[in-house]
Design a protein around this ligand. Structure first.
Ligand code: CMC
Length: 424
């Protein structure tokens, strides 16, 4: 399959076709406008391939997700978040020496510049941690300037991953008025984050291994998801030549929307609302189906998955395991399971192929760890960081890359005469 033909206004145009390694077919319309004057119209880019990428593969029909060819299930079971960061950024799984060097770098770059602590003081305690996170990541550029030198670029990448957990934990400490806890070099990435979140100077804090391991899995499951809204934002901003920190900060802002990363927070708010409303989940299924009601079942549906989101399967199993081992009875988990069961039996959801997505059960696990609801999307950002970075790097290195600049179909007024205000 080398080309496709398009007939438009009596003329035939031959369009080259690109086929991916998993058989995905892309009709290349790059020259269509110069040859025919027409552009393609695809609001929300639901059927537009914006790049060629070798990082993540999703088969939404079958519910498959792989990073660099490795299934998400095997990575969640056998790997660690730091190893997955390496895999996404460098393209291959590390040897034990490479992993050790990488882990060491991530550990020894986790301190924030002391001046940056002052930034946190300026925010009200009620500030959403996603706004703080986005601003702080953008501010890193002021301390670690961009450079064309690949060594400096690599160091900035390390700094970003290493410092993100410190920024995230500091924003929480600030919101509850507690002293900041500095990173500890003897802890793993996940354990250090939990230490900075929950330790207080007067006491020794020990994070249960079960929860650290669960957090590591959550971070792995969120690490990349090809050209989603925030990743496309990172690529879009980066395509102008903007630096790493500016591009990723924009991605964090995109993730903060309730249809994207903030859905994990919204799921818990929805489940709490259902519980406080007497647990009548059927009422909420009916609301989600009612086209006159703006309510949507949060954590359900996906642009790409028309089957179970494979990440949701892993998380649901892990949530069951963690809660039962810790002896936690979370009524929200029961509501979530009933909601899922009822929705999956309902024609409305079946016809539209709406299944639970990654956000449906992740909040239940975060709650078990003691992470407050408004920090859930920050957790998503920590997980997604290596994916954003890998996609940004791939875009920078792609010889076909140029500034992202979509077209439009103009539907406004045709040319009009300006009238003086007295004549209107
Ligand atoms: N509850 C009720 N109806 C829904 C839902 C839902 N959660 N999701 C989609 N639909 C309906 C929608 O009303 C539409 O119906 P109709 O064909 O009758 O007009 C149909 O399903 C297709 O929906 P869409 O809005 O055209 O689909 P989309 O691909 O534009 O949106 C989505 C995808 C994820 C934004 C959407 O499913 C949604 O709003 N879900 C809830 C928010 C959510 O959980 N977001 C997290 C996504 S996964 C993590 C991430 O990537 O951030």
């Amino acid at each position: 399959m080398d080309s496709a033909k398009l007939e438009l206004d009596g003329n035939t145009y031959e369009l080259p076709v690109t086929v991916g390694t998993e058989g995905e077919v892309g009709v290349n319309i790059r020259k269509l406008r110069s040859e025919s004057g027409a552009v393609t119209l695809d609001t929300g880019y639901g059927n537009t391939g914006s790049c060629e990428s070798a990082i993540t593969f999703i088969d939404g029909e079958k519910g498959v997700l792989r990073y660099r060819g490795y299934s998400i299930e095997s990575l969640a079971q056998k790997s660690s978040f730091v190893e997955v960061c390496y895999l996404l950024i460098y393209g291959e799984l590390p040897t034990s020496d490479q992993l050790e060097v990488f882990r060491h770098k991530l550990t020894y770059h986790s301190l924030l510049h002391e001046d940056m602590k002052k930034f946190f003081e300026g925010y009200p305690p009620s500030a959403h941690p996603m706004s703080v996170l986005s601003a702080m990541v953008s501010s890193l550029a002021a301390y670690y300037p961009d450079s064309d030198d690949p060594k400096v670029q690599e160091l900035n990448i390390i700094r970003l991953i290493a410092k993100l957990k410190t920024i995230a934990a500091f924003s929480y400490k600030k919101s509850i008025g507690h002293p900041y806890m500095y990173p500890r070099n003897d802890l793993s990435y996940a354990a250090d984050f939990m230490h900075m979140m929950f330790a207080v100077p007067a006491e020794t804090y020990v994070m249960p291994e079960l929860l650290t391991a669960a957090l590591d899995i959550l971070l792995i499951l969120h690490a990349d998801h090809e050209q989603n809204c925030s990743t496309s934002t990172v690529r879009m901003v980066g395509s102008s030549g903007a630096d790493l920190f500016a591009s990723i900060s924009a991605g964090i802002s995109a993730l903060s929307g309730p249809l994207h990363g903030k859905a994990n927070q919204e799921v818990i708010l929805m489940l709490e609302q259902i519980l406080h409303d007497g647990g009548d989940y059927k009422k909420y299924i009916a609301k989600a189906k009612d086209k006159d009601d703006p309510f949507r079942l949060m954590g359900f549906g996906h642009r790409v998955y028309k089957n179970f989101d494979p990440r949701a399967r892993v998380i649901k199993k892990k949530a069951d395991e963690v809660l039962s081992k810790l002896g936690i009875q979370d009524p929200l988990l029961d509501v979530a399971k009933e909601l899922e069961r009822t929705a999956l039996e309902d024609d409305y959801f079946a016809e539209r192929r709406l299944y639970p997505n990654v956000d449906f059960y992740s909040g239940i696990l975060y709650r078990a760890m003691g992470i407050p609801t408004n920090m859930f999307t920050v957790m998503f950002s920590m997980g997604r960081m290596p994916g954003w970075i890998a996609q940004w790097l791939e875009m920078k290195k792609d010889p076909a890359n140029r500034i992202h600049r979509p077209r439009q179909i103009y539907t406004g007024s045709q040319v009009r005469e300006y009238k003086e205000i007295s004549e209107r």
